[in-house]
Design a protein around this ligand. Structure first.
Ligand code: SAH
Length: 683
């Protein structure tokens, strides 16, 4: 069975109909799922097991039968733990059909079919009674329904329902309780992910400042959580303004309320500064004593204890609606409000009473936060990035330049204007960014820069008042791109507007190159590596399922990851593999290359990392990937505002003992018609 899916090709911009096998989405879901990561999370697994054993023995100790309800069983892992801990019966609920099927197989393979009943339903559909899914209510409630924000995957409504209909009063719960912690910090780096700073530009006639419109400045941003690997942020990137405090906790053994509510704590700043960011994480106590604790606390909280790496649970960065100066020792109130699925924060001086109750969840009113994600804000605030562009623009612009910018909501037109292109400039917008007009207003450029909201192939000479374009600029950045080469859309758009360009047109960047390097990851390999046996249970069925889904597409795909969050070491030199000349139009033929890279360091070749570099002028380039290899060991630093493409070598991830290869051969093909890059690597 095939289905057709319509989409705009991220690289070529063409509208296309893709014929997808019906189970494409399912395979995507499994291949990109976090199940492998969870199964590799030793700390989580061990503590769940301990907590489950303790709960079963408490119930047995009271002379009761232990009836377990495991909501969201996934592979069936927690139910199998309960069964081997001596539970009399487990109801394992799983809403995602392929996972429920896998759970049945795994449970059977491990010999627990008589103790565990897998029910393929959402927990709120489960019935209890003689003819129901469950014969009776359970007295042990086991779940793992948490995301980085704790409640984002709907844990609260699920618990609320379970306590009303599926478990007995006074039941045991594993985990028993969750606690959310917060710490107030000042951080220019993180603040730059949600606010736009004034941009300083050195022009011939002195320094100019591009100011953000007040609407953007006063906008709280979007409510979606900013979850990151906080352990990769060095302590020099933020200033701690408060101790770590408990914001709220949830007792899962008692009825849970999911209705919106607010919590408030008093903070005594340990330092004066600008309160901008609330860093937050949680821990779960697997039993009432609190002795079996699984924590997401970052490195500076318990410096002596070993950190468990995991990607399925990270830490949260919350942006306060506006920055507030705080004074050391002068108390402030921090409020956390939540609805069923998300949390947001506000800060008040002690004198401002109770008004936070009115504060709703943040809503972006300026539209900038809808078009730009947090990494893009970071990029726009990156002075180095702006400087390189300024430098390059200065070499090509003059008073008569007629400039066309092709990028989503880019500030390059404003920059170009500051740098002396006094002619009207044109700016193509493919996506509505209402507040670009506010940008123009704030910088008094309404009559200097024209916004054209049209697809490039639909542009007419009249759009440019019959003038020919002398300079085409782009960052390139498009909000539709996921993989680095998707931004080659700039090339396609530039090709589509060819008839409007003067014969001596300058294109900036004039070219781009695709670079590749073989790496060994410190931890990221876990998300794609088979698990085999997890805490004594055979979960190979899950491994096979993931493998099957990963190889579902004939051409294997690279996946985007922000590598500043995922340390790795380079095993080869970085290598330029393809170049794209923006001065000419996109050719009809494919661009392909073959070769090999030598492995210079010892290590496991987990995969290849690929990224783009843009060449702006003679000796001015910008890298969206590798910035430098910082030491002998091959530690890499990556552009913090971009995602890089990672192509995992499954043969290395699968093999237990493989002798290290000396070289990796590659074949890379860029199909200019489809905009897709196909890759093949041999170790
Ligand atoms: N318990 C497993 C898997 C946890 S992942 C383990 O600890 O390894 C969470 C799983 O819960 C997912 O498979 C998801 O599909 C499922 N899920 C989430 N909410 C659910 C609900 N209310 N009812 C049934 N399944 C749910």
């Amino acid at each position: 069975m095939k289905t057709f899916c319509g989409r705009a090709n991220p690289t070529t911009g063409a509208m296309e109909w893709l014929e997808e096998a019906e189970d494409y989405d399912y395979h995507q879901e499994i291949a990109r799922s976090r199940y492998a990561d969870m199964l590799h999370d030793k700390d989580r697994n061990v503590k769940y097991y301990e907590g489950i054993c303790a709960a079963v023995s408490r119930v047995k100790g009271r002379g009761e039968k232990a009836i377990v309800l495991d909501i969201g069983t996934g592979t069936g892992l927690l139910s199998m733990m309960a069964a081997s801990a001596g539970a009399d019966f487990c109801y394992a609920i799983e809403v995602f059909r392929p996972m429920a099927n896998a759970a049945v197989k795994i449970v059977e393979k491990n010999g627990f079919s008589d103790k565990i009943k897998v029910i393929n339903k959402h927990s709120t559909e489960v019935t209890v009674g003689p003819d129901g899914d469950m014969e009776c209510r359970a007295n042990i409630l086991v779940t793992e329904l948490f995301d980085t924000e704790l409640i984002g995957e709907g844990a609260l409504p699920t618990y609320e329902h379970a306590h009303k209909y599926l478990v007995q009063e006074g039941c045991e719960a594993v985990p028993h309780r969750a606690t959310v912690y917060v710490q107030l910090v000042e951080s220019k780096r993180m603040w730059a992910w949600n606010k736009l700073f004034p941009i300083h530009v050195e022009a011939e006639d002195g320094e100019k400042i591009i100011v953000p419109p007040s609407e953007v400045e006063n906008c709280p941003g979007v409510p979606s959580v900013c979850d990151i690997q906080l352990n990769q942020v060095p302590s020099s990137d933020f200033t701690v303004l408060s101790d770590v405090v408990t914001m709220f906790s949830v007792d899962f053994s008692k009825p849970v309320q999911s209705a919106s509510t607010c919590y408030r704590v008093q903070l005594e700043p340990v330092k004066s500064g600008k309160a901008q960011i609330v860093l937050s994480w949680w821990d779960i106590d697997m039993d009432p004593s609190g002795l079996i604790n699984c924590t997401m606390a970052p490195y500076w909280v318990n410096p002596t204890s070993a950190l468990q790496w995991r990607d399925h649970w990270m830490q949260c960065v919350y942006f306060l609606p506006s920055e507030e100066p705080v004074l050391q020792g002068e108390r402030v109130h921090l409020s956390a409000c939540r609805d069923e699925y998300s949390v947001w924060y506000t800060l008040h001086k002690a004198s401002q009473e109770e008004q936070e109750a009115a504060a709703g969840s943040p809503v972006c009113r300026c539209h900038a936060h809808l078009l730009w994600n947090r990494a893009r804000f970071g990029q726009l605030n990156d002075q180095e990035w702006t400087q390189r562009y300024s430098q390059a623009l200065r070499t090509v612009l003059n008073r008569d330049s007629v400039c066309l910018c092709i990028s989503d909501g880019s500030l390059l037109p404003v920059l170009a204007h500051c740098l002396g292109a006094k002619q009207v400039q044109y700016f193509i917008l493919f996506f509505r960014f209402l507040h670009f007009t506010l940008f123009l207003k704030a910088n008094h450029l309404e009559d200097k820069i024209k916004i054209i909201e049209a697809r490039p192939e639909l542009l007419k000479p009249s759009h440019f008042e019959d003038k020919k374009i002398s300079v085409v600029v782009g960052e390139p950045f498009f909000s539709t791109s996921l993989l680095p080469w998707h931004n080659l859309y700039f090339w396609y758009a530039r090709t589509a507007v060819s008839s409007h360009l003067s014969s001596s047109v300058t294109v900036l960047p004039h070219s781009a190159s695709l670079h590749m390097m073989i790496v060994e990851f410190q931890d990221l390999w876990r998300i794609r590596s088979p698990c085999g046996i997890c805490e004594g249970f055979d979960v190979q069925t899950m491994d096979d399922m993931i493998k099957d889904s990963l190889s579902f597409r004939e051409s294997k795909e690279a996946e985007p990851h922000p590598l500043w969050e995922y340390p790795c070491k380079s095993l080869s030199d970085p290598q330029e593999v393809l170049t794209f000349d923006f001065r000419t139009t996109v050719p009809q033929h494919c661009l392909s290359t073959e070769g090999s890279v030598n492995l210079l360091r010892k290590g496991k070749s987990h995969g290849a990392v690929l990224w783009m570099e843009y060449h702006l002028a003679a000796d001015i380039s910008i890298s969206t990937g590798l910035l430098q290899i910082s030491n002998e060991k091959g530690s890499c630093s990556w552009n913090p505002h971009c995602k890089q493409a990672v192509y995992f070598f499954t043969s290395v991830l699968d093999a237990q003992a493989l002798s290290d290869p000396a070289a990796v051969t590659y074949a890379i093909n860029f199909d200019t018609k489809t905009g897709e890059i196909a890759m093949d690597f041999k170790l």
